[in-house]
Ligand binder design. Sequence first.
Ligand SMILES: [Zn+2]
Length: 256
Amino acid sequence: MKKVVLSLLALFLIGIAIFYVNDSKNRSVSADRGRKYYEEAGQIIWDIKTKEKVVALTFDDGPHKKHTTQILDLLEQYDAKGTFFIVGEQAEKNPEIILRMFEEGHELANHTYTHPNSTNVSKIMKEIKQTNDTIYSITGYTPNLFRPVEGQYTDAMIEEVVKDGFQVVMWSWHQDTEDWRNPGVNRIVNTVLKGIKEGDVILFHDGGGNRTQTVKALEKILPELQSQGYKFVTINDLIKIKTLTDEKNSHETNSE
Ligand SMILES: [Zn+2]
């Protein structure tokens, strides 16, 4: 009887040991210092706190010949500036759209070269360079913003990307339109309008599939937000506003 109890106890302890080893392995793979750390370090932005009526419209996975052009037409109509997270191989195919974005004052940003589902640091760094080279060869402009594919990052990736002079851009957690899965125009419109607040970063896609719903949703979102008094600014503009607000706040705290 004693033997049985002892061997059961041994099995139990082995089980716990295996659980802990696995757990620490998982942690090291998906290590994440967390939003608070990265926001304070100024290395990743999700959105900003501000009283200014500004929002940033961001578009991933393009450019797409038809849909990106339609989106650029709409942005022009509403005097809106957007930030485009460009996939390098799509830029190669549509250099005239990249040039138009640049000439019309939009933000050109980096979203890898082939949109790989990978967090391998050397692969990602190589793709980032390839895309920046492509955008530079078309416009003479070197992007300083990077958004990881599907927002998947590791601490190791962020470290390298930041070392290379990039700022990493995510999106407001309540402003993920999920337009990539074509949820219906109203669904996209409602997600944006219901949650809207100053300093939001809204996530859309201009490429990677049929983006007709995104275009139709923007036809409703842009005039509505404009009538509410919102201005549509780029991510670099938003970062400038954040820096000014932070400086003002620390000044006020210091003089108290
Ligand atoms: Zn993407």
